[in-house]
Design a protein around this ligand. Structure first.
Ligand SMILES: [Zn+2]
Length: 230
């Protein structure tokens, strides 16, 4: 059996799946528009409304030409359910996160500049500002280096991500997770902004940290109160 397992019989796509595929394409184009990645790099996935399945971007396709038929449906076990394209090279990483974290329903991977600079330096991005504390719930730690697409990278990411909302990939980029695709994208934006602020704060002096207790309170507030007002 190949790396992606057998290809199952293609079924008629329910309309909810079509909408989820469109939401992935929208976020992919936002990644480029927001300067969080260049070209075809980065990848995006969502947990399907159909249990046990994940929708993920194809490998190496320009986001401005993506259409819903290009999005690949993969089982949490790596089995391909519906594919007109090869799935993202980082599919094992996405699947490992969904298997590990029942609260995660979307994963966004970017190569944004300041966060990747921290990842190259091997420096975690601390939750030094309120929005990072709220949405990420702590540091974006650095996962040990492993080649892109490898099972080792997926393992390292799970270990460094823990229960938080974001993780850095050494010499590579950022992974943000969320309860939906908009939140996972927002996590990546907040991590990039915080990395930029942290770098500039070091130029001004010694960045002051927020206590673990206050970070936890802000994160709990975000999860239980703030989000419900949206
Ligand atoms: Zn990457």
């Amino acid at each position: 059996m190949g790396a992606w397992g057998i290809i199952n019989e293609v079924k008629q796509m329910p309309s909810e799946l079509f909408e989820q595929k469109k939401s992935i394409i929208t976020v992919c184009r936002q990644l480029v528009h927001l300067g969080l990645t260049l070209g075809t790099w980065g990848n995006v996935s969502v947990l399907c409304d159909e249990p046990g399945k994940v929708l993920i971007t194809p490998s190496g396709m320009k986001y401005d030409v993506l259409c819903p038929d290009d999005i690949v449906a993969v089982g949490l076990d790596g089995q391909i359910w519906e594919a007109n394209r090869r799935p993202s090279i980082e599919t094992p990483l996405h699947l490992a996160i969904y298997r590990q974290r029942s609260d995660v329903r979307a994963v966004v991977h970017t190569h944004s500049t300041f966060a990747t600079a921290a990842a190259v330096a091997g420096t975690p991005i601390p939750a030094v500002v309120e929005d990072m504390a709220q949405i990420v719930g702590g540091n974006a730690e650095v996962a040990d280096y492993a080649p892109a697409g490898s099972a080792q990278l997926a393992e390292n990411v799970i270990s460094a991500l823990g229960p938080r909302g974001a993780v850095l990939l050494a010499n590579h980029g950022v992974v943000g997770v969320g309860a939906d695709i908009e939140e996972a994208l927002q996590v990546c934006q907040v991590v990039e902004k915080t990395a930029c602020i942290y770098a500039y704060a070091k130029l001004f002096g010694s960045p002051k940290t927020i206590s673990e207790k206050d970070i936890k309170e802000m994160h709990d507030f975000y999860k239980t109160k703030y989000k419900q007002q949206i």
